[in-house]
Design a protein around this ligand. Structure first.
Ligand code: 13P
Length: 254
């Protein structure tokens, strides 16, 4: 079964309107037509403009970095999944470790966000991953299992098929410390086995699982060559068009 290969750029809280426009244009100009799906995930202010820029380009999509769990209402400063969808975006990152850590997002809230995102026509890119102390204690698989069971596995199989998973070990995010290709493969294989347990092998084999955490042009090829790694969720290196496009071009020839 051939899975969708994906490289998503998480710009986090970087780039004003003009900088974001220039980066998006730089990426669009230099990305070739390949079967890799590229997803640009800028801050909300860029979503509509970049969706217009990428409209009609088959292998580039746009995603947000968060949404609120409610459909609409008195939540000053928040943005709903339906609003994101109306900009032309089609993905939303949910459960990023920075949201879990700095905005106290727990698994129960994330399950609600997953539901509203799907109901609004967005594909969640659902993040999971352990902190350093959890890895050192050897309980990282248990933690990731809990995150997936609580945040995602309530879904029925027909909607689960719309999910992209990103494994991002927190100790590798922005630290320059990547998980070794073997560590990434081990966890991705484990995640796929959990999906198989819950939804069956066919759905497990068709779910894209991305790696995130200090992924750069010089290490992407080795990580992407692992059999259960279907691409990357890229932070720092997604802010430079040349680096990001080099990562998109890092898959082994199929
Ligand atoms: P870095 O690539 O900067 O380590 O960030 C990874 C990340 O958090 C992507 O969501």
């Amino acid at each position: 079964m051939k899975r969708q290969r994906i490289v998503a750029g998480n710009w986090k809280m970087n780039l004003d309107f003009n900088e974001g426009r220039d980066l998006a244009i730089g990426i669009i100009r230099s990305i070739g037509s390949s079967d890799v799906l590229t997803i640009l995930c800028p801050p909300f202010i860029h979503l509509h403009y970049i969706s217009v820029l990428t409209n009609g380009i088959a292998n580039i999509e746009v995603g947000a970095q968060n949404c609120h769990s409610a459909r609409n209402g008195a939540f000053t400063g928040e943005v709903s999944a339906a609003m994101i969808k109306s900009t032309g975006a089609s993905y939303v990152i949910l459960g990023h470790s920075e949201r879990r850590e700095f905005f106290d997002e727990d698994d129960a809230l994330l399950a609600e966000k997953v539901n509203i995102a799907l109901a609004s026509g967005l594909h969640p890119i659902f993040c999971c991953g352990e902190k350093l102390e959890v890895r050192e204690a050897g309980t990282h698989e248990h933690l990731v299992r809990t995150q997936l069971e609580n945040g995602l596995f309530h879904l029925d199989s027909d909607v689960f098929a719309k999910i992209v998973i990103a494994y991002e070990p927190v100790w590798a995010i922005g630290t320059g410390k990547t998980a070794s290709p073997a560590q990434a493969q081990e966890m991705h294989k484990f995640i796929r086995s959990l999906i198989a347990e819950r939804y069956g092998q066919e759905i497990a084999d068709s779910t894209a699982i991305l790696y995130g955490g200090s992924c750069k042009p010089d290490n992407a090829a080795e990580i992407f060559s692992q059999p259960d790694v279907d691409g990357g969720l890229i932070g720092g290196a997604s802010l430079k068009a040349a680096d990001f496009v080099a990562i998109v071009d890092s898959f082994p020839q199929s």
